[in-house]
Design a protein around this ligand. Structure first.
Ligand code: FEO
Length: 173
C-alpha cells in the first residue's frame, strides 16, 4: 500500500506529466503553424512520450492499491518568438521535471517505500535522456543560425524521430 503522502505526490506527478503532454502539443501546433513539419512531428512524438509517462504512473498507483484522481491541467503557452525559443523552453521544462522526479524519489526514500524507489529509477534515467534530447536540438539550432539552410536540415532530421506506439497506432486507425 502506498502512504497517503506518496499517493498524493504521485497524483501530482501524473498531472505534471499530462501538463508536459499539453505543453508539447501546444509547441507542436506552433511549429506546424510556421511550416516546420519535421519539428512539429518531433514535438508531437514528445507529446505521446509524456502520455506514456502518465500512463506508467497511473498503472503503478493502481497496482499499489492507490487511487488516481485527475485534476485540472493548466493552459500551456501558445506563442513563441522562434523555433529556437520553443526548444529552449522544452529543455527548461525538462530540467523542471527532473527536479520533480528527484523530489518524488526523496519522498519515497523518507517514506521507506522501496518499491516506489525502484519504480522511480526508470524516470530518473528517462530524465537524463529527456534533457539530453531537448538540449541536443537547442544546440543544433544555435549552430544552424549561422548557416543558410541550417534550419531546413534540422527540420528534415527531426522528421525522422520514431513515434511511440500510441501515435503509430492512432495514425493507422
Ligand atoms: Fe515526462 Fe519529459 O518527462
Amino acid at each position: 500500500m502506498l502512504s497517503p503522502k506518496l499517493e498524493e505526490a504521485l497524483n501530482q506527478q501524473i498531472n505534471a506529466e499530462l501538463y508536459s503532454a499539453y505543453l508539447y502539443f501546444s509547441m507542436a501546433t506552433y511549429l506546424s503553424s510556421i511550416d516546420l513539419a519535421g519539428c512539429a512531428h518531433w514535438m508531437h512524438a514528445q507529446t505521446q512520450e509524456e502520455l506514456l509517462h502518465s500512463s506508467k504512473m497511473y498503472e503503478y498507483v493502481n497496482e499499489r492499491g492507490g487511487r488516481v484522481v485527475l485534476n485540472a491541467i493548466k493552459a500551456p503557452k501558445t506563442q513563441w518568438a522562434s523555433p529556437l525559443e520553443v526548444f529552449e523552453d522544452a529543455y527548461r521544462h525538462e530540467q523542471h521535471v527532473t527536479s520533480l522526479i528527484n523530489s518524488l524519489m526523496e519522498l519515497a526514500i523518507s517514506e521507506k517505500d522501496h518499491a516506489t524507489q525502484i519504480f522511480l529509477q526508470w524516470f530518473v534515467s528517462e530524465q537524463v535522456e529527456e534533457e539530453a534530447s531537448a538540449n541536443g536540438v537547442v544546440q543544433r539550432m544555435k549552430l544552424a543560425q549561422a548557416s543558410p539552410g541550417g534550419l531546413f536540415m534540422i527540420d528534415k532530421e527531426l522528421s525522422t524521430r520514431p513515434v511511440p506506439f500510441v501515435l503509430a497506432t492512432a495514425n493507422k486507425a
